[in-house]
Write a protein that binds this ligand. Structure first.
Ligand code: IPD
Ligand code: CA
Ligand code: CA
Length: 265
């Protein structure tokens, strides 16, 4: 069991590094075309190219594994493993030439999130975890180091991250956003996967997102939980299918979910 996961972790780390090279060829390129998807979110050749690259590698190395990716949907498998891919999480940052976007590879085994890799191409940094193995950060080719969530126990002392305000208002949570900002020590828009990874690294206490798809969340679950924290939806369920998500150090979760409760009038 661990060997199967360790092999897939080594594979995922290499694949994410290859995706990094592809993505960096497009980063801040004046020729980059930005298209709008049906939900009006942006997508580029880099998003599609990176997912194609990851899929080709998975098909070659693990042909029996299923794949579920943001840009190319679902391919079934028979091994019990399913890769959940977001080739560029934070495409708005990517197309703006801002370095805080990441390539995310999650792996489910019989529906459980057991492995996650998030690589930040511009930062040349990766954070990864597999079930039972702790969470690790590697900068460049340096020795990986284990990381842990904070020990902050009250929201008034907490650093809270979010992606944007518009998604809170659009989902009827504008008032919850204001309550949250008023209740914590500092709220910053260090968003997308970067915000969740800050929680795993112990640099922020909480990251909240009112709109999340499974591919936005699958890689984060092992990263945050193996670092000692928790990833849940806004009802407190440990799922990537709730449509929203909260990463925290665990201690703050109850206070946080109380503040997030309820919709705008
Ligand atoms: C987005 C990010 C963001 C979340 C959005 C997603 P993308 O992903 O994960 O944090 O709030 O719902 O669409 O489009 O940059 O991969
Ligand atoms: Ca995403
Ligand atoms: Ca994406």
């Amino acid at each position: 069991m661990s060997q199967e996961l360790d092999d897939r972790l080594a594979f995922a780390l290499e694949a994410a590094r290859a995706a990094q090279e592809l993505i960096l060829r497009h980063y801040q390129s004046p020729d980059l075309t930005v298209e709008a998807k049906p939900d009006e979110s942006p997508v580029t050749l880099a998003d599609r190219g990176a997912e194609e690259l990851l899929r080709e590698r998975i098909a070659a190395a693990y042909p029996r594994d299923a794949v579920f990716g943001e840009e190319f949907g679902e391919t079934s498998g028979t091994s019990g493993f399913r890769w959940v891919l977001d080739p560029i999480d934070g495409t708005k940052a990517f197309v703006s030439g801002v370095p805080l976007f990441g390539t995310m590879l999650g792996l489910e085994q019989e529906g459980e999130c057991v492995l996650g890799v998030v690589r930040f191409p511009v930062l040349d940094e990766v954070v990864y975890a597999r079930r039972g193995g702790g969470t690790w950060q590697q900068r460049g080719r340096a020795q990986p180091r284990p990381v842990q969530v904070t020990a902050t126990s009250a929201l008034r002392d907490a650093v809270v991250c979010f992606t944007d305000v518009e998604s809170w208002v659009r989902t009827g949570r504008g008032e919850a956003f204001q309550r949250l900002c008023a209740s914590c020590r500092m709220a910053r828009g260090w968003g997308d996967c970067y915000g969740h990874v800050l929680v795993a690294l112990g640099r922020a206490d909480v990251m909240v997102d009112p709109l999340l798809n499974p591919w936005d969340a699958a890689a984060l679950v092992p990263l945050v939980t193996e670092a000692g924290g928790a990833f849940v939806d806004w009802s407190g369920r440990p799922t990537i299918h709730g449509g929203n998500g909260v990463s925290s150090n665990g201690r703050l979760q109850a206070e946080l979910l109380t503040i997030l409760g309820g919709h705008d009038p």
